[in-house]
Design a protein around this ligand. Sequence first.
Ligand code: AP5
Length: 243
Amino acid sequence: MSGSRFLRRSEVHANSPLPTVSELNLILLGPPGAGKGTQAERLQEDFDLDYIATGDILRKAVADGTELGQKAKEYMDNGDLVPDEVIIGVILEEVATQAQDGFLLDGFPRSVGQAEALEEALARLDRHLTTVLCIEAPDDEIIRRLSGRRQCVKAGHVYNIHTDPPKRDGVCDQDGSRLVQRDDDREETVRKRLAVYHRQTSPLVRFYEERDLLRRFDGTRSPTEVHDHIRATIATLRLEDEL
Ligand code: AP5
């Protein structure tokens, strides 16, 4: 367990001498392939947060053939956003019920409408965002990366055949399951997802800058360098919070 780990609210109660330790409520923002999922895996280990990844939730719903999956599939296959009225209720329910001790949101919000809905929901729960971690990378780097991404079928562990290959071809190092390429990682769909990001999601950079919540990270650095920078930023925020 990391020494700088934030305490869950339940642990704060159990260890009552600690006076004010805030819950950690984080958003990962950035274009497809910037490295949000890669960093999320590391941050979960650091801070033991409830991880809510909209893409994973939607892909599971599609695979399970649920009503949500049926509504989402066509949009996802085209590289479009699933409409706000389909996704907002699902994710806010997760935040309210599953992530009461702090959360790491990956892939939500993705539109100003979603960001406003989250802001209102958190205000109603008397909770607030700690920070928005915005990982940036140029389009050409993203297209190169996503052509090489592979994910395991069991837990979604992420690899890259060009830059971060598994030890055995096509097999996850962590759980031995099969590695596959996502349907929406075809170049044509990646280009569409990038256009959608620039049009519908990138306005959130300004939205969160105006609230002084945005922190930027250079996603072209190595995964370890990006992770170190994020950890240092969170540690600084925590110190400020304790002052
Ligand atoms: P989602 O699954 O959220 O996809 P995304 O945001 O497009 O993000 P990715 O998972 O593609 O990229 P990532 O940033 O996590 O990169 P990763 O770490 O894997 O969404 C999919 C679809 O669902 C959407 O298109 C939409 O249809 C729908 N959807 C989801 N949320 C929605 C919402 N809120 N509203 C409406 N619709 C929604 O890394 C990528 C690759 O790069 C990997 O191979 C990795 O090994 C490598 N890599 C990572 N970091 C580095 C680094 N620093 N240097 C070199 N390589 C790196």
